[in-house]
Structure formats: structure tokens, C-alpha cells
Design a protein around this ligand. Sequence first.
Ligand SMILES: C[S@@+](CC[C@H](N)C(=O)[O-])C[C@H]1O[C@@H](n2cnc3c(N)ncnc32)[C@H](O)[C@@H]1O
Length: 392
Amino acid sequence: MIISLKNEPEEQKSWELRSFFPKFIATVPKISGNDVIAWFQEKNLIDQNFRIKVDGNNIIIPLTSQITPSEINKQMISQFPIEIKSNKENRYQVLPRNTTPRNIHEILQNLIPKELHEIIPRSFDVIGEIAIIELNREDLAPLRPYISDIGNSILQTHPNIRSVFEKASNISGVYRLRNLSHVAGINTTQTLYRENHCVFQLDIAKTFFSPRLSFERNRIARLDTKFNHVGAIWDMFCGIGPFFIQIAKNHPESTFFATDINQDAITYAHQNIIRNHLINSISCFQQDVKSITQNENFSRMEGKISRIIMNLPEKNIEFLPLLPPFLHPDGCLLHIYQFSEKNEDFQTIQNTFSQQLNNAGLIVDKIENIRRVKPYSPALDTTVIDVVIHKA
Ligand SMILES: C[S@@+](CC[C@H](N)C(=O)[O-])C[C@H]1O[C@@H](n2cnc3c(N)ncnc32)[C@H](O)[C@@H]1O
């Protein structure tokens, strides 16, 4: 863009010039650089809009106003020569600093009353090019009038983010979705998300997705176990496919079944299989798992499943009685995600869970692992249990 200065009032011209390069330059030998810079800083003489530059054995310091070397020498002891020059036409080619604010707090401190600075959110979820903020809490209500400022400050400080949404409800319903309201940027809920060398297309309004399971999915995907091979792997509540696709990428020889009741999730899962160039045998289909024995794929799954992922923490336990006909005779490694109370010890969680498996006609061979995956609410965590089971 060319900005013409013709016919502008004189004052305006000089303002324009100042904004392109500093008016004065100090040239000092490198050896005395630190002392001189510190002195200029103390006197507030450095033009902070521009970078200090190294030029051979000298340092070039951008200055806001003229000061004579004798004035400097009067006030500081320097045995090295300091030159102060006017910088007409930016002869010294000093570059502007990157003036992008570093974080949202830097922008918001000028827009939001001081007493609210403490409660400005310190973090937010990012899924692909979408940021999701959470202000829908009583203690954050005073920030509500500034929600657009918060959204815009995220866009300004995160060049990869194109849309900002607010969580407008808790996750609910069979599809495990939440309401979202648009705050800033482009109003689209579709995005492309990268995780653990895989890529996922999704719509955050139509499908469940949590970026907070990234570490856990990597752990599950990399697990090298005989249960990857003796039979097939079933991702029972697969959503857009982040679990089974990452396992498939790591174990190209394994066979997969993937089901979800939400047709939109299955449509995205199909796209994601293609996007990730998977070569595995994968049957991914829309299905209410409660009636899966009526599906044509049932005969291919019966007695063949040697690894299962059950990520539906609110309701998993209801589905356990469905498992026995599917289990491979050599056993099955089950990864089940559940809610546990913050202070509940692992032994209590294990005991309760083993009882639930027994009630469902399943026998526990071995609990391989139990770990807290992430906090779910102030009172609950999501916990995973990896357990080898077979039918009673
Ligand atoms: C918590 S999400 C997990 C999705 C996916 N595994 C992930 O980690 O992103 C649970 C999924 O279970 C699906 N679901 C709920 N009830 C179901 C049912 N009866 N049969 C099949 N899928 C079901 C929902 O549509 C949702 O996509």
C-alpha cells in the first residue's frame, strides 16, 4: 500500500514519517552497548517502536529525541565514542518491532476495568482454527459486557485462530453435544484439527470432540499388545474417529469396527479415514449399539473382538451386558472411560468396576492399568481402566 503525503498539513507529515522510522540514531561501539542502552532506557530515550540493531562492531539504537554526545558524556562515564545522528530517510535501516501484542491480557487491560483483570480467562480450548471460551459461570458474569473484546483479542494474538465461540451449555443429550454461541471472527463451526500426526475434519456443533484427550489417544494408539492382532478392534462410540484412526495409523495390520449413533459423526469419520490414508480393513457405520446384534455386521464381529474402546463415561456401564457375544475366546483388552470422584482411590474404583463387570457376565483376567485422564468438573475426573476380560 502506498500512502501519499501530498497536500497533507505539515504536522501530519511529520507524524507519518515518525511512524515509519525513528527520528534519531545513536551509534555506539558494541563493547559499551549494554551500559549505554541501560542509560538511554533510564532516560526514556529509546524509541520502543523500533529494533536495536547490531552493525559490525557498532550498535545502532533508535532514539525518540535529539541529545548531544557532550550531554551524554557529562552524565555517564564512557570512554567510548557515541555518535548521535538524525535518521532522515531511514539511512540506518532500523526495522520496526513486531507490535503484535503477546497475549490477550496485554490488549484487554486497556479495555476492561481494572477490578476485572483478575478474572479474565487464562486459557481456552483450541480445536483447529476455532477457540472456545468459557464465560458461562456465575463468577465470570461481570466479564459478559466485554465478551466481544475478549473474542477479538484472541483473534489478534493467535493468527491461526479464525473463529471464537463461547460454551453456551453443558454437554448433554445422546450425541454428547453442547450449545455454542458465536463471539468473534468467522461464524463457522467446521474445522480441521491435527493431533498426533493425524488430521480430523469435524463440526464442533454437530459432533462431540475434546482436544483434552490428545495425550490419552496417543497412549492408546501406541500400545503394542497382542490384542491388536488376535482379533479385531471395536471403537464402540467412535465419534469423528480420533481413537480408532490413531490406532489404525500406528497398527496398519489391525482390523477395525467403529460405531456411533450420530450420523454426522460417522460421515466425518468416513472422511477422516480417507484423509489419513488408512490401509486397514475398517467397517465404520451408524448404529445404536443397543441394537447392534440386528446389524448385518454382527456376524463378522461375533466372537472376534479382542480390543474395545468405550468412551461414553456417563453411560458405559449400561452397555457392558452387550459385550459377551463379541469377545474373542483368547480374551479382550477393554479401555473404558468413567467418571470418578476427585478423592476416590484407585482400589475403590477397581473394586466397584470389577463388580460391574461380573454383573454383566464378564470375568476380569487382569487390570492392566488405571489412570486419571483429565478433570471433568470440580467434583469429578475422567478415569480410564485398561482391563483384560473374557466371557463367563
Ligand atoms: C463422549 S463421545 C466420544 C466420541 C469419540 N470416541 C471421541 O473421543 O471423540 C460419545 C459418543 O457416543 C455416541 N453414542 C451415544 N449413545 C450411543 C449409542 N447408544 N450407540 C452408539 N453411539 C452412541 C455419541 O453420539 C458420541 O459421539
